[in-house]
Design a protein around this ligand. Structure first.
Ligand code: NAD
Ligand code: AHE
Ligand code: ZN
Ligand code: ZN
Length: 372
């Protein structure tokens, strides 16, 4: 197979708009798969990396990590996928063999993580080029390209009946939020929950909390336009920190007779991470960090908060093992156990992808889905 031409939104430099152009793509090498991306969501993490805040950000690169597509070719030695299979690319691979995969304690497979973090395929090179210049991959996915090459272990094979233009959101945001509630926090019936940040991630946390039968779901955002959807999905209270003359954690502690059982930070703001921890109940409250903070940012609180029983945790991709568990989550969606339509506030073609970033920054979208 020869090099193919494909259309991609290239991030040439931090802080600059993406440039939609034709690029060259090498065929899949040993253990790799060529995927035609059918649809991709735009997640805040894409904007974070484009902004230059990501310690692992490299340029030029092809961003995008919330996609779904169809296998067009497989490289040497690929046995678990064939042409025509429907797939969701995974930024958290699952090799099934590494220390992490076999630990039974984490979804953070490390088989390709080191090269992935440098924007490279596992052999240390790229498959994308422009006029002979290598273009870096992103999070092992690069779904802002009509075709991409990813490792076999970074693909979840899903039902051919699933609508790719919707289940692409399970490639990151919705799986992350729901999974953080179920796998990381393990919220139980009757528990109280506070969700900080009502974007795609925070709203998916609300869905997870409703599924877990939480008794109270307090949704927090400084953009009140987000409250209507939060309530529709099951938030019991919506509060804006700017409406109070005391810290939002104090407000929540008062509202809940001592604090919530679980809180989730879905913004990437280290000050809010502190609020989320301190909004938890003394003795047992657990706070889960999902938001991704800029390079160099650090969290802080009085150690006394932890000494007195609050727990600080983090969650990546909702603790979900992509190859073994994501196909089942797609089935749950197909069975009507949760919905995705509410998340998709905008759809557009690749040529308009910069508009998707504008909508996110203006707080006007939950998810824009790019349809190829
Ligand atoms: P988003 O931009 O759609 O939503 C963020 C929300 O936070 C917005 O509604 C915004 O109004 C609100 N917000 C901003 N500042 C606030 C403040 N000070 N107080 C209260 N609310 C505030 O983003 P998203 O796509 O939902 O992603 C959320 C975060 O989760 C990002 O940091 C993203 O990088 C991260 N993320 C992490 C994972 C993971 O696996 N850990 C996966 C996906 C996304
Ligand atoms: N590159 C950043 C860290 C970025 C980060 O934390 N990514 C999340 C997923 S965000 C998806 O929207 C994650 O899963 N991290 C685990 C991992 O292995 O990357 C940095 O700080 O360097
Ligand atoms: Zn994401
Ligand atoms: Zn592994």
């Amino acid at each position: 197979m020869d090099m193919i031409k494909t259309r991609a939104a290239v991030a040439w430099a931090p802080g600059k708009p993406l440039s939609v152009e034709e690029v060259d793509l090498m065929p899949p090498q040993k253990g790799e798969v060529l995927v035609r991306i059918v649809a991709t969501g735009v997640c805040h993490t894409d904007a974070y990396t484009l902004s230059g805040d990501d310690a692992e950000g490299v340029f030029p690169s092809i961003l995008g990590h919330e996609g779904a597509g169809i296998v067009e070719a497989v490289g040497e030695g690929v046995t678990s996928l064939e042409v025509g299979d429907h797939v969701i690319p995974l930024y958290t691979a699952e090799c099934g063999e590494c220390k992490f995969c076999t630990s039974g304690k984490t979804n953070l497979c490390q088989a390709v993580r080191a090269t992935q973090g440098k924007g490279l395929m596992p052999d240390g090179t790229t498959r994308f080029f422009k006029d002979g210049q290598p273009i870096f991959h992103y999070m092992g996915c690069s779904t802002f390209a009509e075709h991409t090459v990813v490792p076999e272990i970074s693909l979840a094979k899903i039902s051919k009946d699933a609508p790719l233009e919707k289940v692409c959101l399970l490639g990151c945001g919705v799986t992350t939020g729901m999974g953080a509630v179920k796998n990381t926090a393990n919220v139980q019936e009757g528990d109280t929950v506070a969700v900080f940040g009502l974007g795609g991630i925070g709203l998916a946390v609300i869905i997870g909390a409703v599924q877990a039968k939480a008794s109270r779901i307090i949704a927090v955002d400084i953009n009140e336009d987000k409250f209507e959807i939060a309530k529709k999905l099951g938030a019991t209270d919506c509060i804006n920190p700017n409406d109070y003359d005391k810290p939002i954690q104090d407000v929540i502690v008062e509202m809940t007779d001592g604090g919530v059982d679980f809180s989730f930070e879905c913004i990437g703001n280290v000050k809010v991470m502190r609020s989320a921890l301190e909004a938890c109940h003394k003795g047992w409250g657990e706070s889960v960090i999902i938001g991704v903070a800029p390079a160099g940012a650090e969290i802080s609180t009085r150690p006394f908060q932890l000494v007195t029983g609050r727990v600080w945790k983090g969650s990546a991709f909702g603790g979900v093992k992509g190859r073994s568990q994501l196909p089942g989550i797609v089935e749950q969606y197909m069975n009507g156990e949760f919905e995705l339509d509410t998340f998709i506030t905008h759809t557009m073609g690749l040529d308009d992808i910069n508009h998707a970033f504008d909508l996110m920054h203006e707080g006007k979208s939950i998810r824009s889905v790019i349809l190829y």
